[in-house]
Ligand binder design. Structure first.
Ligand SMILES: [Zn+2]
Ligand SMILES: [Zn+2]
Length: 247
């Protein structure tokens, strides 16, 4: 399965990145985690008619601002957007007049749905659990082509992240805070905390993403976070926009 990072910033764009969006390409499907500004690059990565599934973690603007860019997309793929239970009403309020073009007026035909508790409506195994964040935020565990990928953003240290990432081939975890900084009630993670989750979950690889735009101004800052995390969990990679690799 191919993993491509379209956006790796938290909060806002800066000169090294756009806000969060990760793309997985499996044999049959495209999977997208979150719709930050990085999603504007999506059409250059969609080379086939495969069904697209987008999973939203929560409604903070850095994770949904990309819907504002959707009117430029001319993709013909089937496109399903899934959000955790209870969030659809607010999402539909934000992506509507007078703030943005509503989904119903876009050329790209999307279906917006809330996930059921066991996610049985998906054609592949999906697990969704609540994370630790100031507003309701949810993480995912997805299995496709014999590989398991967990996505946890935004969150502070959470037992549910360990559950989602247990023995996963890859954990994509947020790293909004710089080393040693503890984020408190907002619920974000520093590299040591993200690495601690990966270690406890015994997953194979950890990708750090969602680097706060005001704290990670250069790629060197990200490499420093990667170095700190590697002391706890060796197989850590600090993601950057455009990075693509096989999981
Ligand atoms: Zn965020
Ligand atoms: Zn958030």
């Amino acid at each position: 399965m191919k993993l491509t990072f379209l956006g790796t910033n938290g909060w806002y764009d800066n000169k090294i990145g756009n806000t969060v969006c990760s793309l997985l390409e499996s044999e049959k499907y495209y999977i997208i985690f979150d719709a930050g500004n990085g999603i504007y690059k999506l059409p250059s990565y969609i080379k086939s008619k495969k069904h697209i599934f987008l999973f939203l973690s929560h409604l903070h603007l850095d994770h949904i601002f990309g819907f504002h860019i959707f009117p430029k997309f001319k993709l013909k793929n089937k496109f399903n957007v899934f959000c955790p239970k209870g969030l659809k009403k607010d999402l539909m309020k934000i992506i509507d007049h007078p703030y943005a073009m509503p989904f119903r007026e876009m050329k790209l035909k999307t279906k917006i749905e809330e996930l059921s508790k066991d996610c049985r409506e998906l054609p592949f195994p999906v697990e969704c659990r609540k994370l630790y964040h100031i507003d309701p935020s949810f993480g995912y565990r997805i299995t496709l082509d014999g590989k398991t990928v967990a996505y946890c953003s935004d969150t502070g240290v959470s037992k549910n992240s360990i559950q989602l990432a247990r023995n996963a081939d890859a954990l994509i975890h947020e790293c909004a805070a710089v080393p040693k900084l503890v984020s408190g009630k907002w619920g974000h993670s520093n590299p040591e905390e993200a690495a601690g989750i990966a270690k406890k979950a015994e997953c194979k690889k950890l990708f750090l993403t969602h680097f706060s735009a005001n704290k990670y101004m250069t790629l060197k800052d990200r490499r420093r976070a990667e170095k700190v995390a590697r002391k706890i969990f060796k197989n850590t990679i600090a993601a950057r926009d455009g990075m693509a690799l096989n999981v």
